[in-house]
Design a protein around this ligand. Structure first.
Ligand code: OSB
Ligand code: MG
Length: 380
């Protein structure tokens, strides 16, 4: 597979409604898309970095810079066996997993087309449908949260995740549990607590939560092991797990009983496959997180979620929950029983709406392999 061309685009898209986590509120998204060209085929990946370094250290702008200065020059013109070679190719670049993932995943899209094999199958997935949950941002009051949950359950979603932070936790959890005694419920703290608050977090045990996601620091594993031993509720790690060896360390330390796999956070499909395998061997369930992606990121999440380790409902939901108009067609839809049907056509499984992407693009940079030279052309 020769990497003939790479195009990086920044698009601006507005969420249907603002999304609030313990680290802030977001409405307008600045998203980078990577398009790769190889032997006449084109493939797409999405950078899942946030606008600011609040979830992890990457941002839209650091990703732009790393991609243009380091990823593209390393990759352009190279002839590799396939996308499985990308982690080794990009190994000189430390960190920046979300930037690397967008590039690697674009090549998986191409590889799937080249082989005529659906992406899910190519990755080792066998599920025909994936189970879907929703992630709900922090609301002003429990009443507002209850009405949103009512709507999402009516749409069929199989599990509810609510974002929490100190001062916006127990009251909300108790209200949801009272109103929906049997719903599969979990919470996500995005690192808003400290180990010293273990007694407070222990109170969550009374509400039959499936898990509490990332209660402690974004880069911590050890304190989570101290906390897990004091809680009945399983801890799920998100932010702290960047690769398969972090997953192994967390499991062996007893820092979590569940892991959220995000393609961007772990650097792409190759590492995600390894992680789910390590977790499966140790009977640790995994599920796919989300990063408020457009359809391109969503399509990759769907393919990944078809792998056998993904036994819990993920944060992969319908396009229409986030966007008035997605950049793929058909848009991602959820069945009345709360599933997404895994596409069976090669590539992303959806077509990319190139015209719409062009309309949304605010800057782009293209890289071409011309014999041994690299040419760069940009447009603001
Ligand atoms: O921690 O899972 C998270 C969104 C932005 C940053 C972090 C997270 C999230 C979500 C959104 O929970 C999930 C989705 O895309 O539906
Ligand atoms: Mg999370």
């Amino acid at each position: 597979m020769k990497i003939d061309a790479l195009t990086l685009r920044e698009i601006h898209v507005r969420l249907k409604s603002p999304f609030e986590t313990s680290f802030g509120k977001i409405w307008e998204r600045r998203i980078l898309l990577v398009e790769a060209g190889s032997e006449g085929l084109s493939g797409w990946g999405e950078v899942t970095a946030g606008e600011g370094p609040f979830y992890n250290p990457e941002t839209t702008d650091t990703s732009w810079s790393i991609f243009c200065s380091f990823v593209a020059p390393l990759a352009i013109g190279k002839d590799i066996e396939g996308p499985g070679d990308v982690p080794a190719l990009l190994a000189p670049i430390r960190g920046h997993e979300m930037t690397k993932a967008a590039f690697e995943n674009a090549l998986w899209d191409i590889e799937s087309q080249r082989r005529g094999t659906p992406l899910a199958l190519l990755l080792g997935g066998s599920a025909r449908e994936i189970a879907c949950g929703v992630s709900l941002g922090i609301q002003n009051n429990p009443g507002a949260l209850l009405s949103i949950i009512e709507r999402e359950l009516a749409a069929g979603y199989q599990r509810i995740k609510i974002k929490i932070k100190p001062g916006k936790d127990l009251e909300f959890i108790a209200a949801v549990r009272k109103r929906f005694p049997a719903v599969r419920l979990m919470v996500d703290a995005n690192s808003a607590y400290h180990l010293e608050q273990a007694a407070h977090l222990r109170e969550f045990d009374a509400y039959d939560l499936m898990m509490i996601e990332q209660p402690l620091a974004w880069d911590d594993i050890y304190d989570h092991s101290k906390l897990q031993s004091q809680l009945r509720t399983p801890i799920c790690l998100d932010e702290s797990i960047h690769n398969a060896s972090h997953a192994r360390a967390a499991i062996e330390l007893g820092a979590c009983r569940i892991i959220n796999i995000k393609l961007g956070r772990v650097g792409g499909h190759s590492e995600a496959c390894r992680m789910q395998e390590i977790c499966r061997q140790r009977s640790i369930p995994v599920w796919s997180g989300g990063m408020l992606e457009t359809g391109i990121g969503r399509a990759h999440n769907i393919a990944m979620s078809s792998l056998p380790g993904f036994t819990l409902p993920g944060d992969v939901s319908a396009s229409q929950r986030y966007w008035d108009e997605d950049i793929i067609e058909p848009e991602v839809e959820v069945t009345p029983k709360g599933t997404i049907v895994v596409p069976t056509i090669p590539g992303l499984g959806y077509s990319v709406r190139r015209k719409r992407i062009e309309q949304l693009t605010v800057r782009q940079q293209a890289f071409h392999a011309k014999d041994s030279e690299v040419s760069v052309e940009g447009a603001a």
